[in-house]
Design a protein around this ligand. Sequence first.
Ligand SMILES: [Zn+2]
Length: 170
Amino acid sequence: MVSLSQFANAAGPQQLFIANEESVVLQFLCEPKDFRYVVEHSNPSDWRKVAECTFFDGCWACEQESREYGQRVRVYMPVLVNGMTYIWSQPVGKGSGIQGALTYLKEHGTILDTLFEVTRTGSGKRTKYTTIPVDNGTPRVYTGNVSLSKVTKLVPYEKQANFYKKRNSE
Ligand SMILES: [Zn+2]
């Protein structure tokens, strides 16, 4: 069995980007119960300005009148693509790439015994991901540990207004 942990990137895995009309074959590295589900906000006109909701400590985005600043749940999933670890993030709900994995889980009790092909169609608000198991897609053994805690931004309350509204991202 081949151990792939040596491929782990010291700076942490990159986020997986799938272009419109592109398909990627990936292997999930944990079950859906161990994915990280995060409540977050983003600037409606700049999706890169995204941070965790800090509702219990005061949250600038929650205080905004605009519904576009509303809370959204996003799921962060550790995956293996061509021997490299990535973190793949998706919204939850209709059109989300996690749906195909959850359907498979329901039928098989695990998502770790197959590879999946993920296809993206559309862009912007019409973006849709389809996740289907690959016939005879045998997963590889992975012994590393992908941290899901560092992929999201936690901004202190007093810095949030500036964070979301600042024109140039850092
Ligand atoms: Zn909030």
